[in-house]
Design a binder for this molecule. Structure first.
Ligand code: AR6
Length: 177
């Protein structure tokens, strides 16, 4: 049995086996959660990402966590919202699935996600929250090493959108926003 919860916070402070980064195809860092993770993990992360060489949209790669408490960082590249014209919904689903596949491959028991694509990439928040939660919950129906998955919301709007989906599914929310 595995648990899923929506929490408020900064993903770099999560004490989990793996945190997920909302990266870009270059893997060379950026703003938002990507910038925060690179700053907290230290310069070795950039060298490691440079060696990997890049990642396709909808795919994921894994690196050590370096200075983070997390043992691993799973870097996934969400789709840039394009009015739903370029398969963005399926690509977002793939981000969550591929990230969880890597977490299982590396024997992670605890994993934390940020809200992929809903910042700089402008994916509509309500739709992204529905895709994220449904994809994660569906994945967790399988019996894997994963015990706890956290969706870490950085701001009130994001937390409220994810809580709304949780309530619609009849699931309890941790913090009431
Ligand atoms: N912890 C958790 N969530 C965070 C944090 C944090 N420390 N910081 C921001 N967020 P974004 P995207 C939230 O823009 O839309 C980068 O430049 C943020 O509030 O980080 O996938 C990359 O290099 C929002 O809810 O990612 C790419 O070029 C969510 O994380 C591009 O942005 C995602 O916002 C990726 O854009």
């Amino acid at each position: 049995m595995s648990n899923f919860s929506v929490v408020k916070g900064n993903i770099v402070n999560m004490k989990v086996d793996a945190i997920v980064n909302a990266a870009n195809t270059s893997l060379m860092g950026g703003d938002g959660v990507d910038g925060a993770i690179h700053r907290a993990a230290g310069a070795e992360l950039l060298s490691c990402c440079r060696r990997i060489g890049g990642c396709k949209t909808g795919d994921a790669v894994i690196t050590p966590g370096f200075k983070l408490d997390a043992k691993y960082i799973i870097h996934t590249v969400g789709p840039v919202w394009n009015n739903g014209l370029t398969n963005e919904e399926e690509l977002l689903r793939q981000c969550y699935k591929k990230s969880l596949d890597l977490a299982v491959e590396y024997n992670c028991r605890t994993v934390a996600f940020p809200s992929i694509s809903t910042g700089a990439y402008r994916f509509p928040l309500a739709k992204a929250a529905e895709i994220a939660i449904n994809t994660i919950l569906e994945y967790l129906e399988q019996d894997t090493c994963i015990e706890d998955v956290y969706m870490v919301c950085f701001d009130y709007n994001t937390m409220a959108a994810y809580n709304k989906v949780m309530r619609a599914l009849g699931r309890e929310v941790e913090e009431d926003y």
